[in-house]
Design a protein around this ligand. Structure first.
Ligand code: ZN
Length: 293
């Protein structure tokens, strides 16, 4: 499924990704509404990865313009203390946003957007926290399709109908899950097997790992280096890769060259796209891939 995915993602400044046909926003940094304008009305569910300000300050205007009874639903990791004060403040400041739903999420929790589609929260270690404390998530969007169990696949359509009538759907059909889209959030490179099989993975690559990185201050929060991301990608099956959240210390040329080099080194054979610092990219998956696939 070719998703219409747009976004902006620059470390420290703002990150958001919008999936138009699913009505989903991942993260809500500054500039969502001024970039998407009327299209932001299509967003029903927002999934915030963590409470760093560059991932949430766009919520304020987005919510003000789009709040109605029961929507939008703003999902966030359950132990992020920033969201309840934000909920209280926005409801005092703009009385008409009372209908917005603020929803705490647990690790592994699934939010069904439709019967055949859910978004699952996946804890990561960007923000140090004890076991059971959830302050930072990635997410995956999973489609669930009913398929005939393999032992019945030789039957004719009429026979299949008969088997379903006699044995019931439970016994004859099975769920087949596909990860349509995975979003790493801010994270170190870890547990890549959880993204295996995703049609598209959006992963952060804050640092290029060159000499410019000598004086990096990350306030203790952990990020990814490009080469580690590409290496991990080479060890799983993916459809497409979108890289973002680059530090603005690098020029566009430095970033593109580093991506091409890493893709060659690790023999990456899937299309790799990137969201460069300072740029809003519309329909990312229709842009030219960097590595010619
Ligand atoms: Zn960030």
């Amino acid at each position: 499924m070719q998703l219409n995915l747009s976004g902006y993602s620059t470390a420290m400044f703002s990150t958001w990704y919008f999936v138009e046909e699913l009505g989903i926003l991942f993260d809500a940094g500054d500039g969502i509404v001024s970039s998407l304008m009327q299209k932001s009305r299509k967003i029903n569910h927002v999934f915030i990865s963590h409470a760093d300000r560059d991932h949430l300050t766009g919520l304020f205007q987005f919510n003000q313009l789009n709040a109605r009874a029961g929507f939008p639903v703003l999902h966030y990791p359950k132990d992020c203390g920033s969201f309840p004060p934000l909920e209280n403040f926005t409801k005092q400041f703009d009385a008409h946003v009372a209908g917005t739903v603020w929803k705490k999420l647990e690790d592994k929790e699934k939010i069904y957007l439709r019967e055949d589609l859910y978004v699952q929260a996946i804890r990561n270690n960007h923000v140090a926290a004890e076991k059971g404390i959830h302050k930072s998530f990635g997410y995956k969007v999973v489609s669930v399709k009913k398929k005939l169990k393999p032992e019945y696949s030789v039957l004719s359509p009429a026979q299949i109908k008969e088997v379903i009538v006699n044995k019931g759907k439970e016994a004859t059909l099975m769920d087949v899950e596909t990860i349509l889209l995975a979003y790493s959030g801010d994270t170190p490179v870890e547990n890549f097997e959880q993204w295996n099989g995703a049609e598209t993975l959006i992963h952060e690559a804050t640092f290029l790992g060159g000499p410019e990185d000598a004086n990096i201050k990350t306030h203790g929060n952990k990020h990814s280096q490009l080469n580690d991301v590409i290496k991990a990608v080479s060890q799983i099956e993916l459809g497409k890769l979108v890289l973002g959240h680059f530090s603005s210390r690098y020029s566009h040329q430095q970033i593109d060259e580093a991506i091409k080099k890493a893709c060659e080194e690790y023999a990456i054979k899937i299309p790799v796209y990137r969201v460069l610092p300072g740029e809003t990219v519309k329909n990312i998956l229709t842009t030219n891939s960097l590595n010619g696939f």
